[in-house]
Design a protein around this ligand. Structure first.
Ligand SMILES: [Mg+2]
Length: 298
């Protein structure tokens, strides 16, 4: 059982509940939503949580708020690490942005750039692995920069993400981090990337484009096998996320959870997580961690 919500938080939780309910109702009305998804986290059987080997999680707006990890999420990562529950973070953020966190946070690994780069700590040193070899990355880089220039030239208001300098294998256009792009402009950017032969996804803050068929799903398998030395069995892991670039994980993972702020993206999601937390962002991650640790202790 989850602990009861603090009275001061109840009103906020109710607002979140109603927002999720309304978004789900609208999607059901359009016959776009499979039933039996987005159930309250309290409905997830503790025995299923207790049987998990570890957690896979998105970073932006799942662990963080405004680009910084929330204290509740960092404390939850420490509680999980102390209990021997490995956490692998999988993000569209650049390798350069992710590297300090791969060293500082108590995580088994961070998969950056949507499955292209694996970062992990070993004896206090950072290890960095790539899906593509160096000659391939150099050739892809030219094509990616040409596509980025086309986006800037053709899409009014489009700006490259401010974290672009740390990107080694992809390009990213800001839509909600430091600027606002309208939904039709976001779609225009993604379509232009695809016309250039890129894979494109929309995260909670950026539109990401890369060359190759790697993604968060292949990155999850890679991290579990390489960083943890385990065969990847999807049933042994639970994925947490909040937005459209988590859809493939929601679709493929037998157990997936959205943090409450996923309400913003429900109308655009084709695949939804099985369960949803009451709290948003890092507090939602902490809510899941608390439920998991309580289930293991029972
Ligand atoms: Mg996110």
């Amino acid at each position: 059982m989850l602990p009861a919500a603090e009275p001061a938080q109840s009103a906020a939780y109710d607002v979140v509940d109603r927002a999720v309910d309304r978004a789900v109702d609208r999607a059901v009305d359009r016959a776009e939503l499979p039933t039996g998804r987005l159930r309250p986290l309290a409905d997830l059987a503790p025995a299923r949580l207790a049987a998990l080997r570890g957690l896979l999680t998105d970073i932006d707006d799942t662990l963080t708020r405004d680009g910084a990890i929330e204290p509740a999420a960092l404390a939850a990562l420490h509680r999980l690490a102390d209990a021997g529950v490995p956490v692998v973070a999988i993000t569209g953020r650049p390798a350069g942005w992710s590297e300090p966190f791969a060293l500082a946070w108590p995580v088994a690994a961070i998969v950056a750039e949507n499955g292209a780069v694996l970062l992990r700590r070993e004896s206090g040193l950072l290890l960095r692995d790539f899906v593509a070899d160096a000659p391939r990355r150099a050739a892809d880089w030219q094509r990616l920069q040409a596509c980025a220039q086309a986006v800037l030239a053709e899409v009014p208001g489009a700006l490259l993400a401010r974290d672009s300098a740390g990107r080694l294998t992809d390009i990213a256009v800001d839509h909600s981090e430091f600027t606002r792009l309208a939904p039709d402009r976001i779609e225009q950017v993604a379509a232009l990337m695809r016309a250039h032969g890129l894979t494109a996804t929309v995260s909670s803050i950026h539109i990401n484009g890369w060359i190759g068929d790697h993604d968060k799903w292949s990155g999850a398998r890679w991290a579990v096998e390489q960083a943890l030395g385990l065969p990847f069995v999807a049933e042994e892991w639970l994925y947490l996320g909040d937005s459209t670039n988590d859809q493939r994980m929601f679709e493929r993972m037998p157990m997936s959870v959205g943090v409450a702020n996923i309400a913003r993206f429900v109308p655009q999601l084709r695949s939804l997580p099985g369960w949803v937390t009451r709290a948003e962002r890092g507090a939602g991650f902490a809510e899941l961690a608390t439920a998991l640790l309580a289930a293991r202790a029972a």
